[in-house]
Design a protein around this ligand. Sequence first.
Ligand SMILES: Cc1cc2nc3c(=O)[nH]c(=O)nc-3n(C[C@H](O)[C@H](O)[C@H](O)COP(=O)(O)OP(=O)(O)OC[C@H]3O[C@@H](n4cnc5c(N)ncnc54)[C@H](O)[C@@H]3O)c2cc1C
Length: 387
Amino acid sequence: MVTVDELFALDTLLSDTERQIRETVRRFGEQRLRPHVADWFERGTFPARELAPELGELGLLGMHLDGYGCAGTTATEYGLACLELEAVDSGVRSMVSVQGSLAMTAIHKYGSEEQKQQWLPELAAGRAIGCFGLTEPDFGSNPGGMRTRARRDGTDWVLDGSKMWITNGSVADVAVVWARTDERIRGFLVPAGTPGFTAREMRHKLSLRASITAELDLDGVRLPGDAVLPEAHGLAGPLACLSEARFGIVFGALGAARDCLSATIDYARAREVFDKPLAAYQLTQAKLADMAVELGKGTLLALHLGRLKDRGELRPEQVSAGKLNSTREALAVARECRTILGANGITLDYPVLRHANNLESVLTYEGTAEVHQLVLGEALTGAKAFR
Ligand SMILES: Cc1cc2nc3c(=O)[nH]c(=O)nc-3n(C[C@H](O)[C@H](O)[C@H](O)COP(=O)(O)OP(=O)(O)OC[C@H]3O[C@@H](n4cnc5c(N)ncnc54)[C@H](O)[C@@H]3O)c2cc1C
């Protein structure tokens, strides 16, 4: 018997360091996270405060950023870590993505030296948690329409508006909030506890339940002049951060798919129907073979994109291709696995429906599947079809 990794000889494409990082994160995921994740999912909770320092100690927060206490790994190493975290649950990978690729990347890319010194070492160590507030109740795929405003009052800024679906929002020590100004869209660092700023956890989610999601309200939030990210001007600022987070998803979603497939193969070998193992039926094998091929192809693409990124050659539409493929195929794999598990597949005793439900969010956030089709459509034809 071979695993998908062995079938595609994926290890031959990895360096010793990459394999080592992958094993370390896999071990952490299996030992520290997996025993609890179904319970977190069922209760709709995630112990972000407790886990952040442990994730920080492993170097997983702001992993591919340089300096300020960050691990400074390659993009491919970061991707492989995302894959292993998401093999446990997309919620864990989301926490790490939002902290590192969104909040920390925004500060690292666009912040002043003082902002970097103040926040990055704390965020890298997991002593502080960050969130990234771009989406609003009426503006998700089209963040350029945002209504949240920041106006000047003397040397201060005053922010009014609301943000929705913000991962880590109600546990964050600092929120990177994007707002419209008289000139262009700018980014602001809003510390928790600032008067007028409230974060309310969103409940009743059926997806990413082991992840904290919040609504942010900004009601006359007064910030000093130096709360603005000095180097971010316009929507290109947040979009570049999103591209970083999408890159992690290209790898991450495949982790969820791998976990579904391996749980399903184990199940199909053990479960007997009509007097023989489910795994010995041609219909089951056809499903498993097709899923293994998709997972292998997706991983090869992810590694290729990782190498391009490490050479500084990765283009946004290539990230879109990877995000679209990984999330769409991972969701299809999770659903197909669920059929093989029959009724057991709908329980939290097996990971497949939990992953499938999580992947619904992963398909939607960081640019929906349709938005990435539009990005690719524009790249292929030269015609913009967003409006
Ligand atoms: C669990 C979770 C966590 C999240 N975390 C964060 C976070 O930390 N920070 C943050 O800022 N946001 C976050 N988001 C928000 C996420 O980025 C948005 O949900 C996403 O951008 C889609 O926006 P929307 O939900 O408003 O959908 P809409 O934009 O309303 O889209 C609805 C549908 O219309 C389609 N559509 C949109 N535009 C077009 C078009 N031009 N042509 C054809 N079809 C179109 C979409 O593809 C989709 O199918 C999170 C979301 C979820 C579910």
